[in-house]
Design a protein around this ligand. Structure first.
Ligand SMILES: NC(=O)c1ccc[n+]([C@@H]2O[C@H](COP(=O)([O-])OP(=O)(O)OC[C@H]3O[C@@H](n4cnc5c(N)ncnc54)[C@H](OP(=O)(O)O)[C@@H]3O)[C@@H](O)[C@H]2O)c1
Length: 267
């Protein structure tokens, strides 16, 4: 299938590792000119240099925090300056810390709202006018299956990601007639460093060894996944890149799971 992405420009937020990196790499493979982002400038530059060398195509590192308005403004401005346009935007950041209503403090609520909800909303707000002007564009957000079925002990994810889904649906309806689609991808259990992070946070709370908690978490998950295993970042990136392609021209406003069949909800 010809995805028709050659020479287009993509800004991939949260992409020095994990699913964001898998999306960036697949786009580079499709001949897209890609800007990558994360907060750790040094790690980001190393990743950009590796991709540039591997694919003989310049990948632009744009460090910054999606939770910070000025950073986001600067990242978008630099993308437009360096690539003279923007066709595709991928909105992503690290996940909020685990915890229940009882555990989570005011400051953590504010950070999660700024990062996981407002970060995505502000990037979409800043980027879509460029796409509307071109009469073509693709915006894909990354949330979680928590938007379809709440996950216990992940209340920050359960709440902030629903704001993103509302924004995706609203924006998709406002700009569809300009050839710009807006969709959301909902990963289930994906093999990235996020699981080590969650296990370390739980280990602290339960005063148990992190390795043991991680093994238990993953074994429990595998029992609940009909396909019987975690997904890979590349399996998520396959859907993201498809949604960004010409082949997905009639899909907009959707939240689609990549979860090995884990979610029980029908929609
Ligand atoms: N892995 C899973 O099973 C799973 C399942 C469902 C949902 N999710 C969600 O999907 C998202 C991506 O997950 P992942 O597992 O791929 O994460 P990951 O491996 O931890 O990668 C996160 C990436 O985002 C960057 N990042 C974090 N905070 C940022 C910020 N404020 N601004 C800009 N960049 C930021 C990180 O680099 P820096 O730290 O240097 O900024 C890194 O490049 C997360 O929100 C996660 O909660 C993950």
């Amino acid at each position: 299938m010809d995805l028709g992405l050659q020479n287009k420009v993509a800004l991939v937020m949260g992409s020095s590792r994990g699913m964001g990196l898998a999306v960036a790499e697949k786009l580079v493979q499709e001949g897209v000119r890609v800007a990558i982002n994360s907060r750790d400038a040094k790690e980001l530059k190393t990743v950009a240099d590796e991709l540039t060398q591997k694919y003989k195509q310049k990948v632009l590192p744009l460090p910054g925090d999606i939770g910070n308005f000025e950073d986001c403004k600067g990242i978008l401005k630099e993308t437009l300056t360096r690539f003279a346009g923007l066709d595709m935007l991928f909105c992503n950041a690290g996940g909020p810390p685990p915890g229940s209503f009882e555990d989570i403090k005011e400051k953590d609520w504010q950070t999660a709202i700024e990062t996981n909800m407002m970060g995505t909303i502000r990037m979409m707000r800043m980027a879509y006018p460029v796409m509307v002007k071109n009469n073509w564009g693709r915006i894909v957000t990354l949330t979680s299956i928590s938007v379809k079925e709440v996950i216990d002990n992940l209340v920050l994810s359960n709440v902030t990601r629903l704001g993103v889904v509302g924004a995706v649906k609203s924006l998709s309806r406002e700009i569809a007639r300009h050839g710009v689609t807006v969709n959301n991808v909902c990963p289930g259990v994906i093999d990235t460093g996020r699981w080590k992070e969650l296990a370390a946070a739980l280990a602290k709370k339960e005063k148990a060894p992190s390795k043991k908690i991680l093994e238990t978490l993953l074994a429990d998950n595998n029992k609940r996944i009909p396909l019987g295993r975690m997904g890979s970042p590349e399996e998520v990136a396959n859907l993201v890149v498809f949604l960004m392609s010409n082949a997905a021209s009639y899909i907009t406003g959707q939240s689609i799971s990549v979860d090995g069949g884990m979610t029980r909800s029908v929609f």
